[in-house]
Each structure stands twice: as structure tokens, then as C-alpha cells.
Design a protein around this ligand. Structure first.
Ligand code: SF4
Length: 436
């Protein structure tokens, strides 16, 4: 016995206590946060027809991945959807007639603690419209994170959206409390920003990213040198780019992503298909780009980061967009048949990584196995490579009948699938396995 007494056993499950006012705000501000794709489960569409239980469209709780690969559930909300800016693609812009709400610091802190104690979430994802000024907004968001960390000793995951234009000191403060920071690049080029979000300046966005990177580097160097330094955004920084709001092609989107990875050490660039908003500016398209475009961008992004591809190599189509029919690695292989066949028993790692259907993990296994024996077709199938794609591009120790089709002009047709609705989960699955 631990000495505690209860009036009844088993105790009734406590209800989440939330005033009507907070519930209304939660509805508005969790819904407004769904446009931010910086979580793995954001934007999933299409709950099954006729279902009574389970929704894939809900907002409020999303999932993200910690640096050690754990999936965490986050309470995803905006501090407020009031905003002094007028970004044309955004439902929260000052000229929008959307219902507005603002949480107080205590309300966000209470919600986070209550959701956490009930095991609904493991952390908080907090974003906000800009109120008064970037500094004031950042200060208020920092206050939430600081209160959680210091007053409540909250050790869970916190992701804070950093506000471009906020002072370096406030960004530094944000990194003290948050696990991850993100500054949204919003649109792929400076020209796009000027056109649709003139108050957002590319130099301010990249300056904020640079400041965060500098602090992260400083933290790592001092830690390496043996100093006991307070953590600074240990899960790094990420960004989000809206795709399809302007005619900017995939090539420029990937070039921007590539430069962000190289210059600011970003952990992730999230691509979010533009979704039409009420009373939108005439310059904006009337419908979203096909979701498969977003999927192809995620695949191409993976190839940039882990497969040694360059943005310029990945886009072969005349209109400077990725092929929607086949994945970008296969599209590259079909356009560069002179590079194939690759001998899986002799080729170096970087050549193996370019074979369609073979992911980075399989490449690591191939390199190990071939130290002991020569790989045959059956060995590759056992490694669960996507053999239908791989078969036409590799030489194995035994006869590979698929190879005879390598120069077939109609080879691409074999891979073109009937169109179907893709979800972000598809993107996530291929991103995890790396088998593109
Ligand atoms: S600053 Fe952010 S919240 Fe405000 S209008 Fe632009 S995108 Fe929307």
C-alpha cells in the first residue's frame, strides 16, 4: 500500500476540463494550424466513407519524428490566427474574413499539460500569425515554451515556428526552450514571395535560418569541447514550402531546397500543396496541384539528401517539372540508360544508390553480403528490393532475364500506373524505406 486513499475503485477517468471559450478557440486555432505541413501526418485526406470511428482528416494532434527516430504525437495549434500580414495564399491574412481567436499563454500551457497528462500527446507544435510585430509574436511564443519548461518542468517535445524578422536574441531564446525550430521559406523563389507575400522578405527568412544554424553549431562545438552548455534546438531546424501557388517549376523548388540543405543544415524541407482559400486573389490557381506532385517532390528531396543526386539531374522533363508518371529515380535511370547495367557485385556505393528500386539500406546490405559471396537474382529478391524496377538495370552473378529490356523504347510504359489518389502516408512510406 502506498498510503493513498480514493473514494472509489477503479477511479473514473478524469474528463478533460476545458471552458467553452477555450474549446471554441481550440477549434479555430487547431484548424488554422492544419495548413502547416511540418509534421509527418499533416494534410492526410479522405476518411473512409460511412466510417463511424477514426478520422484521417482531424486537426489538433499531429505526428512528428524525433532525431532518434521516435514518432511523437503533438498538440498542433496556432497561438493566434490574427495576422498583420497579407500573404495571398494564406487563410489567416489580414484581409481574410475567417473567424479569429487568440490563446493566452496560460491557456496553451494548460492545454498542453492536460493533453500530456492524459497521454494524448507527447509535445507541442506551436505556430502563430504575426501580431503587432515579429518581435512581439516571438516573445509571446517563447513565453509559452519557457513557462512549460521552467514552471511545469515539461520535458516533452516542443516545436516552435520562428518568426522571420524577430531579433537574434529572441531566436536564441526560442532555441533554449524548443527541441525544433522552423522558419517557413513559404514560396520557392524570392520573385514568388514578392508577388504573393510582399511583407515577407527572403533575406529576413534566410537570416533567421542562419542565426539558428550559427547557434546550433556553437552549441555542438562547445559540447564537443567538453563544456556544459544549455541545449539549443537539439532536433535542428526545418522549413515548409508551398507548392503550386505560383507556376514555379519543380526544378527551381528543388534548387531552393538543395541550397537550404547545403547552407543552413536543415533537417527537413516540407512541401505543402497549395490549397485554394475563400476569396482568393485572382493570381492564385483555382485548384490544388495534383497530390502526386507533392509526393514526387518528397521522393526527389530524399534523393538529394541521401542518394547523391543533384537537383539539376533529377528534372529531365522539358517543362522543368518532375515526371508524375514514375518516381524521379526511375525517371533518371530511363533517361540515362548509358549508365546501366550496374554490376551489383562490383559497383561502388554511389553507383548502387542510383539503381531504381534499391534503397540505401539495401545498398548497405549488398556491400556487406558481397564480401562473402557473389550476389544472384534470388539474393536481391530476398533483400526485398523493388525487383520489378530493379530487374532491368542490374547485372548479377547469374543470368538476369530482365536485362534484355534495358534498351526497350517502351520500357517506361511498363511502370506507368493507373492514376490513384495519393496521401502523405504514401510519401512517408517511401521516404522511410528509401526505396525509390
Ligand atoms: S505571415 Fe503567416 S499567418 Fe500571416 S498571412 Fe503570412 S503566412 Fe499567413
Amino acid at each position: 500500500m502506498d498510503g493513498t486513499t480514493t473514494d472509489e475503485w477503479p477511479p473514473k477517468k478524469k474528463q478533460l476540463t476545458m471552458s467553452q471559450d477555450v474549446q471554441t478557440k481550440l477549434k479555430i486555432l487547431a484548424d488554422a494550424a492544419k495548413y502547416d505541413a511540418s509534421c509527418a501526418s499533416s494534410g492526410s485526406k479522405g476518411t473512409r466513407q460511412g466510417s463511424k470511428l477514426g478520422s484521417t482528416e482531424g486537426m489538433g494532434i499531429c505526428h512528428s519524428y524525433t532525431p532518434d527516430g521516435r514518432c511523437v504525437s503533438l498538440l498542433k495549434i496556432l497561438m493566434t490566427n490574427y495576422c498583420i500580414y497579407d500573404c495571398q495564399y494564406c487563410v489567416n491574412r489580414v484581409s481574410s474574413d475567417t473567424p479569429r481567436a487568440r490563446f493566452t499563454t496560460d491557456e496553451i500551457v494548460d492545454l498542453t499539460i492536460q493533453f500530456y497528462q492524459r497521454n494524448y500527446i507527447e509535445g507541442l507544435f506551436l505556430s502563430s500569425g504575426i501580431i503587432q510585430s515579429p518581435d512581439y509574436t516571438m516573445e509571446q511564443m517563447n513565453l509559452v515554451a519557457m513557462t512549460l519548461r521552467t514552471k511545469h518542468r515539461f520535458g516533452g517535445y516542443i516545436h516552435l515556428k520562428s518568426i522571420p524578422g524577430a531579433s537574434d536574441d529572441l531566436l536564441a531564446d526560442a532555441g533554449r526552450w524548443a527541441d525544433r525550430l522552423s522558419v517557413n521559406v513559404e514560396l520557392p523563389t524570392a520573385g514568388d514571395l514578392q508577388q504573393l507575400a510582399p511583407e515577407k522578405k527572403e533575406p529576413e527568412i534566410t537570416h533567421a535560418m542562419g542565426t539558428i544554424k550559427g547557434r546550433i553549431d556553437e552549441f555542438k562545438t562547445e559540447k564537443k569541447a567538453g563544456f556544459k552548455v544549455p541545449k539549443f534546438a537539439p532536433a535542428g531546424q526545418s522549413t515548409q514550402m508551398i507548392v503550386g501557388a505560383t507556376p514555379t517549376p519543380d526544378l527551381e523548388i528543388l534548387q531552393t531546397a538543395s541550397s537550404l540543405y547545403n547552407n543552413h543544415d536543415l533537417r527537413r524541407v516540407y512541401y505543402s500543396a497549395y490549397s485554394p482559400i475563400p476569396h482568393a486573389d485572382a493570381r492564385l490557381p483555382g485548384k490544388s496541384p495534383p497530390l502526386v506532385r507533392e509526393h514526387r517532390l518528397y521522393q526527389a528531396d530524399w534523393l538529394l539528401r541521401f542518394y547523391g543526386f543533384d537537383a539539376n539531374e533529377l528534372v529531365a522533363e522539358a517543362d522543368r517539372n518532375l515526371s508524375l508518371d514514375v518516381d524521379p529515380k526511375l525517371a533518371w535511370a530511363l533517361a540515362h540508360r548509358e549508365y546501366f547495367p550496374v554490376d551489383v557485385n562490383l559497383a561502388p556505393r554511389e553507383e548502387l544508390l542510383r539503381i531504381p528500386g534499391i534503397g540505401a539500406k539495401s545498398v548497405a546490405r549488398i556491400l556487406k553480403i558481397r564480401q562473402h559471396h557473389a550476389l544472384q537474382v534470388a539474393d536481391l529478391k530476398k533483400l526485398r528490393v523493388a525487383w520489378k524496377r530493379t530487374a532491368h538495370f542490374v547485372v548479377t552473378a547469374d543470368h538476369n532475364p530482365g536485362l534484355k529490356k534495358l534498351d526497350d523504347l517502351h520500357l517506361k510504359q511498363q511502370f506507368v500506373q493507373q492514376p490513384r489518389q495519393l496521401t502523405l502516408f504514401d510519401a512517408h512510406a517511401s521516404a522511410k524505406s528509401g526505396e525509390v
